[in-house]
Ligand binder design. Sequence first.
Ligand SMILES: [Zn+2]
Length: 306
Amino acid sequence: MIDLHVDTPWRVHFKERPLSLPEGHATPSKLVQGAYAGIVYPIYIPDYIHDDRPEIADAEAIFSTIERIISAHALLAPAFVSGSGVTVPSERVAVFVAIEGAGAFASDIARIDEFIRRGVRLIGPAHARDNRLAGSTTGKKRHGLTPLGKEFCERVYRQGALIDVSHLSDKSFADVLTIAKTFQAPVVATHSNARKLRAHGRNLTDAQLAAIGRTGGLVGLNLHADFLGGGKLGDVVRMVQHLVAKAGIEHVGIGSDFDGGNPSAAIADAAALPKLAAALRLAGMTDDDVRKVFARNALRILNWHP
Ligand SMILES: [Zn+2]
């Protein structure tokens, strides 16, 4: 299992969860039970800090928190080393780093380079609100990428990382798609579902899912109950099947949103993921396809280089 979005660093950095991770959806023992080989920890920079002016220094501080979480657990191994690709160490969980909500970088977009050099692989320009780079799907205006946001996305691709379109407005999604094509980069939505099955702005239309597939990209299944359109195991299976039908089997992964949202009762934490794999096999998915959705597609994306 490689999970494209787990909000444990937010809990530790902002919500006083101890470094020992005694609780939550993705404790070390739950990761082992869930057969995790890799996990993406986002540097989530809330829009509201410092009177709605988040700073690049916040991103640095949260990155340090991620490093401290890794140091506190023998199970976790940093995968954010520069070089030509990543290998997942056996018996350990490889930790990848992303940025969720990059509005702070509007003050100096060149500073994203050092984060990418330190191993950040996926970057979401906006989170819950519109910012100086991009419109958010839950923002007031839901505008597209600003001129600075376009420059930012181009810079990210040129430096070898990928843009994450989860949380972006439909207009920003379309703008990212155009830029990604010029860089032949895969478009990734790390933690979003299908709007067809659950009408929510955080979910993607069938046309967006198909577009992601055509770029060689990936959509990560979000296990937050409110984005699933039903809390039963069958609802989760149905969502995976729909994502596969629209994006393609090479273009679906899992971005659980554990420790961020409220997971469905059916898959309540990381330990329950083998239950989803079994249900998908029972619904007719081959072993090979289950492996693609649970890990291989995500690994391809995390290893992308221009
Ligand atoms: Zn999110």
